[in-house]
Design a protein around this ligand. Structure first.
Ligand code: F6R
Length: 236
């Protein structure tokens, strides 16, 4: 495990963007696993800046996002597809057809989950998976549970996750209660994992996840078993 302490959010974002940028330089047609949420916004901003300077080329990169809310269309500004288009895809030279987010509007969610797992396998797996962490230890939307869910699945979001995400919606009732998320197996099979955590409210869960017992009650704790995990954090 590679633990990198950042001096502030900007430094965290730059360090994370450096890891992603190195991956793209070393393997221009790599598969990046991407995350949404507030933590990676600075990382994406930094990547866009370097792209504009000509330092990074996304033309052959493929992406798979971790998760998507059920019931939100790509043009809903709270959907994760919208977030990715806004924060990264529309600002760099990635081909939109090479970007993948679970379809929150699929007619059959079970089928969509199987399609997504198949897609990841067909792409040859994930080279580098970027992760944020929920205050309850979730990664993607793998919420605390009695067992680790391996494959892409439908989740009922935890009350604490709904409350944490309510800041992005007008009212808490608008926060979707279900989501589609990549499973623990796809995340653990990624060749490299980059976990980023910012702010004092992430300190306790990061300590539990990285140094406590490995348990599905703290989904991120499984990452202790990953052979190539880098954690960039700033708790100030
Ligand atoms: C988002 C995701 C979530 C977030 C987590 C932390 O795609 O999978 O697990 O990474 O909820 O979110 P922030 O960064 O907003 O604290």
């Amino acid at each position: 495990m590679n633990l990198l302490k950042a001096s502030d959010y900007k430094d965290l974002s730059r360090k994370a963007a450096n890891v992603i940028s190195a991956q793209v330089i070393l393997k221009p047609d790599c598969v990046l696993g991407l995350a949404t949420g507030s933590t990676p916004i600075g990382t994406y901003k930094q990547l866009v800046e370097w792209y504009e300077k000509g330092d990074i080329d996304f033309s052959e990169v493929k992406t798979v996002n971790l998760d998507e809310y059920c019931g939100l269309s790509p043009d809903n500004d709270q959907s994760y597809r919208y977030f990715m288009n806004q924060n990264l895809f529309s600002q760099v030279n990635i081909k939109l057809e090479n970007t993948n987010v679970p379809n929150g509007l699929a007619a059959d969610y079970e089928e969509e989950c199987s399609r997504y797992d198949k897609l990841i396998a067909e792409l040859g797996g994930i080279d580098l998976q970027l992760l944020g962490i929920g205050r309850n230890g979730h990664i993607g939307f793998n919420e605390p549970d009695v067992s680790f869910e391996k494959t892409t699945h439908i989740v009922n979001l935890d009350e604490s996750t709904i409350e944490a995400n309510a800041r992005f919606f007008q009212t808490i009732d608008e926060v979707p209660k279900k989501a589609l998320t990549m499973g623990i197996k796809s995340i653990m099979q990624a060749k490299k994992v980059l976990l980023i955590a910012n702010g004092p409210d992430k300190k306790e869960i990061i300590e539990k996840a990285l140094h406590g017992p490995v348990t599905p009650d703290v989904p991120a704790s499984i990452l202790q078993f990953h052979p190539d995990l880098t954690v960039v954090y700033c708790f100030d």
